[in-house]
Design a protein around this ligand. Structure first.
Ligand code: GLU
Ligand code: ZN
Length: 494
């Protein structure tokens, strides 16, 4: 569609609100959005909520909330409207009924009276005879008498689309030219017996009416594309569509054990990433690499760089592998890229009331500002902040038996007693001086710094791992730190 006369790019993201958003869905939204922003086109957000049994208002709200959190804004869609409103399919039922009627009047669709047992029986027979097992066209050309007889029987009927008898070919933006032969794409239902329109109808009808130029979606939908191309051609004939859009099918995302990542896999849930404290830009950076690459030697980039570089023509057809470790490492890089104020701000959800005994007045803003730069260079996900700084705000460090057991080996009381004395005499305005104190204490007991600082760390923070110890001590302050070492000595003596 890249000729001089091509219409401006219009892409759509059209999820069904049937559960929590998952990373596959977000990747689809992202690629559409990045392509729209790269080309200066329009991002249409449409909600495919015609399946009343599965769709929920809660999922709808979650979708909007997720898109906003990710910063994937839309130019037309829910809440903001647009020239093709409404953008919720549940509010467009009259349109679908009207189009179905027009298709039927023009002979592109027909009533099919076959019952499910009849269809099953014929399918089984066709399979046994080695013939294609899709719908066999039984009701394609019923006579008026046959129709009357079926109606007299009170048989329900669905509406079926009449596929052309020639192959369907299109050029997939990711996969190149694809051809589907008629025996592999039988006539398909577009309206249920109860009058409810199906995805097979509503999705391409809306794409046509909303003048979508590029359909970018997951590979799982590839098999519906030849039907949609045929339906489009019928709509063009009826004056309801202007052109067949270009299609690009995004590669599968493989999870653990090289199996397709499923909506039900816990690591597929977008909420997991939000709760763990991924930055939206870190997550978008990672998800953009599922089927695309920025350059051979750079995989960390900003959203602005992504927009500048993203082209659907560069998407790879091979399955992409989801790698949580890599996602975290990329997120960590984005955490480092923030300015320290923005970092401190982004941490707020994990600094507020994570503990019942963390009183709001115990939150020491100055201590937080002092420790934040040390945390910023070390976290992978923001939720890790809680365990790294809680020692500053809790009355007592957390009680973690495993850490205690690990650090308090050998002669911890003797070491702690010496370290306490040296720390008491040290200059608390210098982390370096505190380090010298603990180093000297260790030397007296034949311990290297690493071994000597472990009991001090656990006495003061409750944990064996954390931010640089001596900066932590300095920020906590002499009185609190020494009190905690005393408490640890009392515990060791008990
Ligand atoms: N509502 C469909 C889905 O959620 C959209 C499919 C498409 O992009 O055409 O799978
Ligand atoms: Zn039939």
């Amino acid at each position: 569609m890249a000729s001089a006369t091509s219409p401006p790019v219009r892409v759509r993201f059209c999820p069904s609100p049937t559960g929590n958003p998952h990373v596959g869905l977000v990747r689809t939204a992202l690629f559409n959005w990045a392509f729209a922003r790269h080309t200066g086109g329009t991002m249409v957000f449409r909600i495919e909520d015609t399946d009343a049994a599965r769709d929920s208002e809660e999922s709808y709200n979650q979708l909007l909330d997720s898109m906003r959190w990710l910063g994937l804004d839309w130019d037309e869609g829910p809440e903001i409207g647009g020239p093709h409103a409404p953008y919720r399919q549940s509010e467009r039922m009259d349109i679908y009924a009207d189009v179905a009627k027009k298709l039927q009047d023009a002979g592109h669709a027909y009533d099919c009276y076959c019952s499910t047992p009849e269809l099953d029986e014929r399918r089984t027979a066709a399979r046994a005879a080695g013939r294609p097992s899709g719908y066999d066209g039984h009701c394609r050309d019923l006579t008026a008498e046959q129709v009357e007889a079926y109606q007299a029987e009170g048989r329900p009927s669905i509406v079926r689309f009449r596929m052309p008898d020639e192959p369907i070919t299109f050029t997939d933006l990711v996969r190149g030219e694809l051809t589907f032969t008629p025996e592999n794409v039988p006539d398909f239902g577009i309206v249920r017996a109860n009058g409810a329109p199906l995805y097979t109808l509503v999705n391409p009808v809306d794409d046509a009416l909303m003048e979508i130029t590029h359909v970018l979606r997951g590979e799982d939908l590839l098999s519906s594309t030849p039907r949609q191309v045929a339906l489009y051609k019928a709509l063009i004939e009826l004056g309801l569509a202007k052109y067949v859009p270009a299609f690009g099918h995004l590669p599968y995302v493989m999870g653990e054990g090289n199996k397709k990542l499923s909506k039900r896999d816990p690591e597929a849930s977008l909420n997991l990433y939000r709760e763990r404290g991924f930055l939206p830009e870190g997550l978008l950076n990672y998800l953009s690499l599922l089927g695309w690459s920025f350059s051979a030697d750079q995989d960390v980039f900003t959203v602005a760089q992504l927009i500048e570089k993203f082209d659907i023509a560069d998407v790879n057809a091979n399955p992409a592998r989801f790698d949580l470790k890599k996602a975290e490492a990329i997120n960590a890089d984005h955490i480092r890229m923030l300015d320290v104020k923005a970092f401190a701000e982004a941490c707020t959800p994990w600094l507020r009331a994570p503990f019942a005994n963390w009183a709001p007045e115990a939150f020491d803003q100055a201590a937080w500002e002092a420790i934040a730069p040390h945390a910023q260079t070390r976290l992978q996900v923001l939720s890790d902040i809680t365990a790294n700084v809680d020692f500053l705000f809790l009355d007592e460090p957390v009680h973690d038996e495993a850490s205690w057991a690990k650090a308090m080996k050998g002669e911890p009381a003797a070491l702690l007693t010496t370290a306490r004395a040296k720390l008491e005499a040290a200059d608390w305005s210098s982390a370096e001086a505190l380090k010298e104190a603990v180093l000297a204490a260790g030397e007296e007991h034949g311990l290297k710094l690493g071994k000597a600082q472990a009991p001090v760390r656990v006495a003061v923070t409750g944990r064996t791992v954390g931010l640089p110890l001596f900066e932590s001590l300095e920020i906590l302050g002499k009185d609190k730190a020494l009190t905690r070492i005393d408490a640890a000595l009392a515990k060791l003596a008990a």
